[in-house]
Design a binder for this molecule. Structure first.
Ligand code: XMP
Length: 326
């Protein structure tokens, strides 16, 4: 619309004035905020922007491919794809404690990003997709209580010793405005309306020790769940169940249970499905998904993902449970 178009012009002018002809780097996570920041900066300064996309090997199904396609091919943004999955999985070997896993992933992420940034010697600016609620939160009013329970590591986190000036073009925007801006800038609606995904990714959705084999199984089960939520439309509202939920995902449980297939007995892993509805992610209700949807997704996962023979649905509210399982 006109208002958003006007906003874009102003934001572009401001960015150009701020960074001049200097080079900017941005950590692209694939999430809404860093994606919209990248699209806006690209519109403003084009080739002066280089994005660094750190792939920790704990992303969703085909996520790295999608990010590279959308930004690299479609929008023509310079993106460096760092495949660091071996490094991350190596550091995580044998680690089972959720907070220890978060710390390792957070620390490693900063290391990998810093190493890439150091190669871009001409960069003078670090761009971040900080939005207004993040600003309030770090001023100490927001949901800081929650971060004492779980050390929330945001992949956009700033490596403070990089000696770069900071440009944060979304600092004044609320989430809904960020989404509208993303659409205005031509990002796919699917990307702009994607459910949030934690920085440590599947690292906190594989309970206990993280293994590549578990991540591969979980990615496929999760993709089937998300696809099903997008396909099933609620008759009353005309909306998909993906749109009707705030966050939905699969969780890998490293326990085996017995099943039957054909004439044989199976002894394989369990996947839990989690879908919640919430305003602010501080409290949440489990989503009352239609039984038909649950039956469909369970059949598909068990038939298509060899290695999983049981699917359960999480009916815990927050509190007392958290949204993530770790
Ligand atoms: P919980 O599980 O605490 O999650 O109810 C609330 C929201 O925060 C997300 N979350 C995280 N995001 N790093 C993140 O960037 C984290 O370590 C992390 N842990 C939880 C979670 O996905 C939900 O949206």
């Amino acid at each position: 619309d006109w208002e958003m178009g006007h906003y874009v012009d102003e934001a572009i002018a401001k960015i150009r004035e701020q960074v001049g002809d200097e080079q900017v780097i941005l950590g692209l996570s694939g999430g809404v905020d860093s994606s919209v920041a990248a699209a806006l900066l690209h519109r403003a300064i084009g080739e002066q922007l280089t994005c660094v996309f750190v792939d920790h090997g704990l992303l969703r199904y085909r996520e790295a491919e999608q990010v590279m396609k959308t930004f690299g091919d479609h929008l023509g943004v310079k993106v460096i794809h760092v495949d660091a999955s071996d490094v991350f999985l190596g550091k995580l070997a044998g680690v089972t404690d959720p907070e220890a896993k978060r710390k390792i992933i957070g620390r490693e992420f900063v290391e990998v990003f810093k190493a890439e940034a150091a190669k871009l010697t001409s960069a003078k600016w670090l761009a971040q997709g900080t939005i207004y609620p993040d600003v309030i939160e770090s001023a100490g009013h927001g949901k800081k209580g929650a971060s004492k329970i779980k050390s929330h590591h945001n992949v956009g986190g700033l490596p403070e010793d990089l000696q770069l000036k900071l440009v944060e073009p979304l600092r004044e925007l609320f989430k809904d405005e960020v989404r509208a801006l993303g659409i205005e800038l031509g990002l796919p609606a699917e990307m702009v309306h994607r459910h949030p995904f934690p920085g440590p990714g599947l690292g906190v959705r594989i309970l206990g020790e993280v293994k590549r084999e578990f991540a591969d199984l979980l990615r496929r089960a999760d993709a089937i769940f998300i696809e099903t939520l997008r396909d099933f439309v609620d008759e009353k509202t005309g909306k998909s169940w993906y749109a009707l939920t705030s966050q939905a995902f699969a969780v890998f449980l490293p326990v085996k249970s017995v099943g039957v297939m054909g004439d044989g007995r199976t002894y394989e892993y369990v996947v839990a499905l989690r879908a919640v509805q919430t305003q602010d992610f501080m409290t949440a209700h489990w989503a009352h998904l239609p039984h038909e949807l649950l039956g469909h997704v369970s059949n598909r996962i068990i038939n298509e993902v060899r290695g999983i023979n049981r699917v359960v649905y999480d009916i815990s509210g927050k509190p007392p449970a958290t949204i993530e399982w770790e």
